[in-house]
Design a protein around this ligand. Structure first.
Ligand SMILES: [Zn+2]
Length: 278
């Protein structure tokens, strides 16, 4: 079983997220490292970064994932948006490095009507552009964060409603080792991947593992679904805020009820535990 947590506020400074996550009983959690509605937010405060690292190290929680700004659209057909997305993504990666965190979750973006293939090509170039900048800034640091492409519902011109879109981005990239994925269960279900029963869930997860391999699946956003599925004509998708569940892949299901915050599960710590034989 992965480690379970929630998305936690960083109001007042990233270091404040640690006690909030602990109060919620998180084993692991996710944060925004910058104001996700601004293109150029101020840099992280050095004292805040030090405090965050100290508090995290002395807690038993982790890993901590960072969710990237919603403004970032790697697949955008608009050159200015893409240029800003490269810069913002590089900044997100650099913040992860400062905080000592390994996973940055982003949405692959929207192709704006220019077609999936063109959108995927642009998403590859945006992601690679930001990873190139990180490499130049921290050459050989050996602690490069990974970009986790999150599955989407695939509505409208969105990329990522089909798992193969994410495969194409990873395979097209010059930094495939720095790319992984995060599964959003609500979006996947809305996109037509049936997650309503154990058998259909296992079938979908087998497909995920055969496409990406377990090492690439670094997080699962356990986001429940209420509404009608089937992208691309999706018009009614919302989460009920209760009843998300997680499978540990060995067949036993657990349910988290009554939580307003959507938990998500981080898989790579579990993998390590499995490797250790625990
Ligand atoms: Zn997301």
């Amino acid at each position: 079983m992965g480690r379970i947590g929630a998305h936690v506020s960083t109001a007042g400074g990233v270091a404040n997220s640690i006690e909030r996550a602990a109060a919620l009983g998180c084993e692991s959690f996710q944060i925004f490292s910058r104001n996700q509605r601004q293109w150029s937010p101020p840099p992280l405060d050095d004292n805040d970064v030090t405090l965050f690292r100290e508090r995290l190290a002395s807690s038993s929680m982790g890993p901590v994932l960072v969710h990237g700004s919603y403004l970032i659209n790697p697949a955008s057909a608009a050159p200015l948006v893409r240029e800003r997305s490269v810069t913002a993504l590089a900044d997100e990666l650099s913040r992860c490095s400062q905080l000592g965190l390994e996973d940055l979750v982003i949405h692959p973006g929207s192709h704006g009507g220019s077609g999936v293939a063109a959108g995927i090509e642009r998403a590859v170039s945006t992601v690679d552009g930001s990873l190139d900048i990180l490499e130049d800034e921290h050459p050989g640091s050996g602690s490069e964060p990974m970009i986790l492409l999150e599955t989407t519902a695939g509505q409208g011109n969105g990329i990522g409603g089909v798992l193969e879109h994410l495969v194409d981005i990873i395979e097209g990239s010059s930094h495939p080792e720095s790319l992984g994925i995060c599964l959003d269960t609500c979006h996947m279900h809305a996109a037509g991947y049936d997650l309503t029963g154990k058998d259909s869930y296992d079938e979908v997860m087998d497909r995920v593992l055969s496409l990406f391999g377990e090492r690439k699946v670094r997080g699962i956003h356990l986001n429940d679904f209420q509404g009608r599925g089937s992208a691309p004509g999706l018009t009614d998708m919302r989460t009920s805020g209760k009843g998300p569940w997680v499978s540990n892949r060995s067949g036993s299901l657990s349910t988290t009820r009554g939580s307003r915050q959507h938990p998500w599960s981080s898989k790579h710590r579990a993998e390590r535990a499995c490797t250790d034989g625990t």
